[in-house]
Design a protein around this ligand. Structure first.
Ligand SMILES: Nc1nc2c(ncn2[C@@H]2O[C@H](COP(=O)(O)OP(=O)(O)OP(=O)(O)O)[C@@H](O)[C@H]2O)c(=O)[nH]1
Ligand SMILES: [Mg+2]
Ligand SMILES: [Zn+2]
Length: 288
């Protein structure tokens, strides 16, 4: 029987099939080969008892991510809030680079409209709206959710973003029968409390799957070289060929058209700063 792993906890994998949800373990062969089943995997199972079984085959993944640990994702819905917690532009840009590197689509959800100043939202829109769909909403007040629904139809989307931005609150608004635990923001640090601990896939009645994921802020080493990084910044794409040097990395080379575009505010300073940070990290190959 085939199915999709929708959740994995402590060595058990929950496989959704046409005949119900099976609690499965993975065959020893996977461990021997260093393969760990992931949420999102399409698998083949042997049924051994009452709604239990063993995973005996993992079908080839279209893509896979280490953090969050998921596979077969077609789109990232990157959730941010302008306030509570305040938006970290570098982290947003890291998520976008992760999506670009893996050729997955990205949609930006700007949540918590109810507690955000319109100028803060406008600032985010001004930077990103021409490159990625940006949807402003308030999950808590149930406003604007309908703008997101068409993007989720008939595809697999992963909610991503730092803890406390409201990913699970948003998930709960997508359908009446979704009711997952949400958590407060810490009064002391202003950050979320890592309420969601496991990845889980939810199926939409309209068609489509949504992965809820634990918020995180640390990323794995960027598996990207310097020349690939600029391809992950769409606004650089059309300009970079005009720099004086073919291998210009737009850091401090003379006659760099990217730096000129930043001066002219054609490319946003905040995006360029993220790019420089990431170039530096690639050069140092630091773990962050
Ligand atoms: N004011 C306001 N608060 C919101 C909104 N959406 C979510 N929240 C609040 O933000 C807090 C965190 O929400 P969660 O949904 O648990 O956040 P999360 O992104 O799932 O966090 P993790 O699971 O820790 O990654 C809760 O107190 C929510 O009530 C919103 O639109 N407006
Ligand atoms: Mg959550
Ligand atoms: Zn350049």
């Amino acid at each position: 029987m085939t199915g999709t792993i929708i959740k994995g906890i402590a060595g058990f994998y929950y496989v959704k099939t046409d005949h119900g949800l099976y609690e499965c373990r993975a065959r020893g062969i996977f461990k021997n080969e260093g393969i760990t089943p992931m949420v999102g995997d399409l698998v083949e199972i042997d049924v051994i008892g009452d709604m239990t079984g063993y995973i005996n085959n993992i079908y080839p993944r279209k893509n896979q991510f280490i953090r969050p640990p998921i596979s077969n994702v077609e789109q990232f819905v990157i959730a941010v809030s302008a306030q509570k917690p305040k938006l970290n532009f570098l982290i947003l840009d890291r998520f976008l680079v992760m999506a670009e590197m893996n050729q997955t689509d990205a949609v930006i959800v700007i949540n918590k409209q109810d507690v955000s100043k319109s100028e803060d939202i406008d600032r985010i829109m001004k930077i990103y709206d021409s490159m990625y769909p940006c949807i402003v909403l308030s999950a808590k007040e149930n406003k604007g959710i309908e703008k997101l629904m068409p993007y989720l139809r008939d595809r697999s989307s992963a909610l991503a973003g730092t803890s406390g931005v409201g990913k699970t609150t948003l998930l709960n608004r997508l359908q009446d029968d979704f009711n997952e635990e949400t958590g407060d923001i810490s009064k002391k640090t202003g950050r979320g409390k890592n309420t969601t601990r496991h990845v889980e896939i939810f199926e939409l009645e309209q068609g489509g799957k949504v992965f809820d994921t634990p918020g995180f802020t640390s990323f794995d080493i960027l598996e990207c070289d310097e020349s690939m990084l600029e391809k992950c910044y769409p606004e650089m794409y059309n300009i970079e060929g005009n720099c004086r040097y073919d291998d210009c990395r737009h850091v401090n080379e003379p006659e760099c058209m990217i730096r000129r575009a930043v001066e002219k505010e054609i490319i946003s300073e905040s995006r360029y700063k993220s790019y420089l940070t990431q170039i530096k990290e690639i050069r140092e190959r630091r773990i962050y």
